[in-house]
Design a protein around this ligand. Structure first.
Ligand code: ATP
Ligand code: MG
Length: 205
């Protein structure tokens, strides 16, 4: 049964990745513009001083304009970096226009690791995640590495004990919404909110 659902999960991931990748440059730009308009109106963004974004890869919703917007609003931008010691986890590093970038093992640019610029994940106000697919309950399917799940799951415990935790916000194309619920695993962390060109979804306040 596990093997069967694992195979389904991988097939779905490939199909949904292909949809995202098939978007034309023009569609990509139009989608990013619409989502940025929602992003700039979002109360979660207005309330946040430190915002983690990501550098787009493989057809993910383009974020350059989001980073520029955050800088213009005097917010502090953070980007994910693969943790050098804690396998499968992410660190978040402050990102400025002159921050040096290096390619990681997946060919994704990330800030050059420098411990002075790391902010503990729990201290970030808003973490924006890419995604491959999502369902009507805010469950997210990512690229399959489990990086965001591992990084975000300790926050669920903090939330349980009423400690302040970052809000999570998915950025997505409309075509990444699934018409059925994802079969989730114990480690999957649902998102508080998702923005697509046509809708703002909020599951947790
Ligand atoms: N908290 C966790 N603890 C242990 N293993 C985990 C955890 N989260 C994910 N994994 C492992 O990572 C693998 C990939 O997880 P999953 O399919 O949920 O990735 P994803 O959500 O698509 O990726 P990502 O979170 O990087 O976007 C799983 O097969 C699982 O073994
Ligand atoms: Mg997951």
């Amino acid at each position: 049964m596990h093997l069967f659902s694992g195979i389904l999960r991988e097939t779905l991931r490939k199909q949904m990745q292909a949809k995202r990748k098939a978007l034309s440059l023009c569609e990509q730009k139009r989608a990013a513009k619409k989502v940025l308009a929602r992003f700039s109106e979002s109360q979660s963004v207005k309330n946040a001083q430190s915002i983690a974004l990501y550098l787009s890869f493989h057809g993910e919703l383009e974020t350059d304009s989001f980073i520029e917007y955050c800088w213009a609003q005097k917010k502090t931008v953070y980007l994910p970096v693969i943790h050098p010691l804690c396998k499968g986890h992410l660190l978040f590093l402050k990102y400025d226009s002159d921050s040096p970038l290096v390619k990681n093992q997946f060919g994704i640019f990330e800030p050059k690791l420098d411990i002075r610029f790391v902010l503990p994940t729990s201290k970030i106000d808003l973490i924006c995640t890419p995604l491959v697919a999502f369902d009507a309950l805010g469950q997210r399917l990512g690229m399959g590495g489990g990086y965001y799940d591992r990084t975000l799951s300790p926050l669920l415990f903090k939330h349980f004990y009423n400690e302040p935790v970052p809000r999570t916000l998915g950025l997505a194309h409309d075509c990444q919404q699934l018409p059925f619920l994802l079969e989730t695993q114990a480690w999957d962390v649902p998102l508080c909110e998702i923005l697509t060109p046509s809708k703002q979804w909020v599951w947790f306040d």
